[in-house]
Design a protein around this ligand. Structure first.
Ligand SMILES: CC(C)(COP(=O)(O)OP(=O)(O)OC[C@H]1O[C@@H](n2cnc3c(N)ncnc32)[C@H](O)[C@@H]1OP(=O)(O)O)[C@@H](O)C(=O)NCCC(=O)NCCS
Length: 171
């Protein structure tokens, strides 16, 4: 494994790699929280989410690549309905972030997030949000190290198995 990696905008021809890493991210969340429910029809939903991301001008996907191997990806979006020029960050998200376990702690996620934040800033979004599962302590440390701070908590009714919804946007 070489040390060098590059960040580039993903193309539709990268859809298979993007879906593969997205699947790994969802599995990662499943392993972190036993109550996390994998979305029904995951494969179809993933396919639709990837295509939707490529279709939307306000959605960007970046790949980290080492040689010809994809080792990470990030997805950022200004959500539909968010008004351009809003001073607040509502509607501005880094929705997905994943780095191959063998490549962690080498700045890959930081480089991906830099590109994602540039993309959102170009669209007038200075302070984007990220949703992080409570059990994902490594990710919380990463985002805090990147200057993100908690401004709210999302609470989900915990009334038995299956109560915590898995979603296509997995953080
Ligand atoms: C979270 C994740 C994206 C971080 O990727 P990464 O490429 O290792 O991150 P970086 O190398 O850019 O880390 C930058 C800084 O964040 C902090 N950080 C990152 N991972 C950390 C960890 N596991 N524990 C503590 N701090 C961490 C450190 O301060 C690190 O700087 P340092 O290595 O010089 O100490 C990666 O662990 C991952 O893919 N996890 C599984 C998927 C996931 O949880 N995604 C995020 C969902 S919100």
């Amino acid at each position: 494994m070489g040390e060098a990696f590059e960040i580039r905008a993903a193309a539709r021809s990268d859809r298979r790699e993007v879906a593969e890493m997205w699947r790994a991210l969802i599995a990662h969340h499943g392993a972190l929280d036993p109550t996390y429910v994998l979305p029904a029809g995951l494969e179809g939903a993933l396919h639709d989410q990837v295509e939707r991301a490529f279709d939307r001008a306000d959605c960007g996907i970046w790949l980290a690549a080492a040689g010809d191997r994809a080792i990470g990806f990030a997805l950022a979006e200004v959500e539909p309905g968010a008004r351009a020029g809003d001073p607040g960050a509502a509607g501005s998200w880094v929705h997905e972030l994943w780095v191959d376990p063998q490549w962690r702690r080498r700045g890959v996620a930081s480089a991906l997030v830099d590109r994602a934040l540039d993309f959102l800033r170009e669209r007038g979004r200075a302070a984007p949000n990220v949703r992080v599962e409570a059990a994902n302590t490594a990710a919380l440390r990463f985002w805090r190290a990147r200057g993100f701070r908690e401004h709210s908590h999302v609470l989900t009714l915990d009334d038995g198995p299956g109560a915590v919804p898995g979603g296509a946007n997995t953080g």
